[in-house]
Design a protein around this ligand. Structure first.
Ligand code: DQA
Length: 151
């Protein structure tokens, strides 16, 4: 049974209320429930975590790395700025998929760059909560194809 950690970054606790025209009306709890249901259907397991701080995300990555076979991360705005989270992903060496609710490439130019993308196996953006399900499917496929692989 593959174990997947889902990490949500800053402001994602506001999902459902925050800019619903961009991020939708599903809450973070809804997203976590849907992702957990999809994981159970695929005979896998998820643990979800949210932090508004860069250090909190790095600590979670480090702790969950002992448990998880792979990581799904939506680092929120840290996606575009954080070399520290990028280094943490590279450091733990687990296959990681970057996900976003919105299509970051179709938004402001500062959102077009991801500091995390080069250390992730791929990126899925623009499908609302379904981005997490697609990310899960991609990650499980990757792990099944090569269970020992990192990055
Ligand atoms: C986001 C996109 C980021 O640019 C933004 O800062 C977020 C959410 C998304 O899921 O679409 O907080 O990661």
């Amino acid at each position: 049974m593959a174990k997947i950690a889902v990490i949500h970054g800053p402001n994602l606790h506001l999902t459902g209320k925050r800019e619903p025209g961009i991020y939708g009306t599903a809450t973070l709890e809804d997203i976590n429930n849907r992702t957990a249901a999809a994981a159970a259907e695929a005979s896998s397991q998820v643990k979800a975590f949210q932090s508004n701080s860069e250090g909190g995300i790095i600590d979670a990555l480090t702790q969950l790395a002992d448990w998880a076979d792979g990581i799904i991360i939506n680092a929120g705005a840290y996606t575009h700025t954080s070399y520290a989270i990028r280094d943490a992903i590279a450091g733990i060496g687990l296959p990681t998929v970057e996900v976003h609710l919105s299509n970051i490439s179709a938004r402001e130019s500062f959102r077009h760059t991801s500091t995390l993308a080069p250390v992730c196996i791929g990126q899925i953006a623009g499908f609302g909560p379904f981005s997490y399900i697609l990310g899960l499917q991609a990650l499980l496929h990757h792990i099944k194809a090569d269970p020992r692989s990192s990055q």
